[in-house]
Design a protein around this ligand. Structure first.
Ligand code: NDP
Length: 296
């Protein structure tokens, strides 16, 4: 069997297109421009790349994009004051604090200082609680993008066995909540899981969110299963030239694609969907803030 490749890049372009159309309508009919503020602390190169790409795509869909760069040694008080200013700025509908933060800053405190209605990353404790209880929440972008691809591919997920490898607050746990919300039977695996291979072999849907390059081999995959690879791992790629690197996921693509029914590639799978969902969440936040119908 050769798996269908789920093209996250193309799907994300479609989502961004729909967001752009809604933004144009909001501007034309209501004179409202959704605004997204990204706060970046320090000089982490990967974070800088993400922030730049987020800013570019925010502008491309017609939204206002604001970037606040703060020194790596910024005090917690100054960072909280910045968030307070953004919370009270009516032109800003979404606030994202790029993680990870330097060690001297309390990430939980910082994230929980964001107005939950503007928490487009969905990490605020209120949104976590709303999602966990099946209420209207801001949903974290990476799991949301993964769910959208699964729904698009399968239609209904009801009754499917889903195994999520990874239990982080930003990917694994919300992913499991979303799959449960779509009536999957969900198992969350992690570093202490016994016989992970046997657990994964039960899955109709495997979501790998571990951060270990190519750790899931094809012989863990049930024939025909759908594999969503969230992992982003940078490896040396001397075959591409001296000093070159490449991105790989948490699953061994070649062997998994030979067994799975469908699979997301890395790059070009979950990654682009994450940014598209950030924009979709910002649009949703803007509509809610203005008592307007939300995009579906
Ligand atoms: P974390 O490091 O926060 O969590 C990793 C999880 O994997 C933990 O729950 C850990 O278990 C589990 N784990 C570690 N080793 C094993 C193992 N040998 N077997 C089973 N489980 C294991 O990572 P994140 O959730 O933040 O990210 C996961 C991956 O997704 C990373 O590659 C990251 O770069 C990528 N990512 C991609 C995004 C995208 O847009 N595509 C967005 C966000 C993340 P335990 O809890 O027991 O330690």
């Amino acid at each position: 069997m050769t798996a269908t490749v789920i093209d996250g890049k193309a799907f994300a372009a479609k989502v961004r297109g729909m967001v752009g159309e809604h933004v144009a309508t909001l501007k034309a009919d209501h004179g409202i421009t959704p605004g997204l503020a990204v706060v970046l602390v320090g000089e982490d190169p990967a974070s800088q790349v993400y922030v730049k790409s987020k800013g570019k795509m925010t502008v491309e869909v017609g939204m206002k994009s604001v970037e606040h760069r703060m020194d790596a040694d910024v005090s917690e008080a100054d960072l909280l004051a910045m968030i307070d200013t953004l919370n009270n700025d009516p032109t800003i509908h979404g606030i994202l604090v790029q993680l990870p933060l330097p060690d001297h800053l309390n990430s939980d405190l910082v994230i929980n200082s964001i107005d939950p209605a503007k928490d487009v990353d969905g990490f605020h404790i209120s949104n976590v609680g709303l999602l966990g209880t099946g209420q209207k929440a801001m949903v974290p972008c990476t799991p949301l993008g993964s769910l959208m691809m699964l729904r698009d591919h399968h239609g209904s997920l009801s009754g499917m066995n889903a195994v999520v490898i990874g239990r982080s607050n930003i990917v694994g746990k919300p992913m499991a909540q979303l799959l449960l919300g779509d009536s999957c039977t969900v198992t969350i695996a992690h570093s202490r899981t016994k016989d992970l291979a046997a657990v994964v072999r039960q899955a109709d849907i495997v979501v790998a969110a571990v951060g270990r390059a190519e750790m899931v081999p094809g012989d863990w995959i049930k024939p025909g299963a759908t594999v969503i690879d969230v992992g982003i791992n940078r490896l040396d790629a001397p075959e591409k030239g001296e000093g070159k690197t490449k991105l790989v996921g948490d699953v061994d693509y070649a062997s998994c694609a030979a067994v799975a029914g469908a699979i997301t590639p890395v790059p070009g799978g979950v990654g682009p969907m994450t940014i598209a969902c950030l924009l979709a969440n910002t649009l949703t936040a803007c509509c809610r803030a203005n008592d307007l119908a939300e995009p579906t």
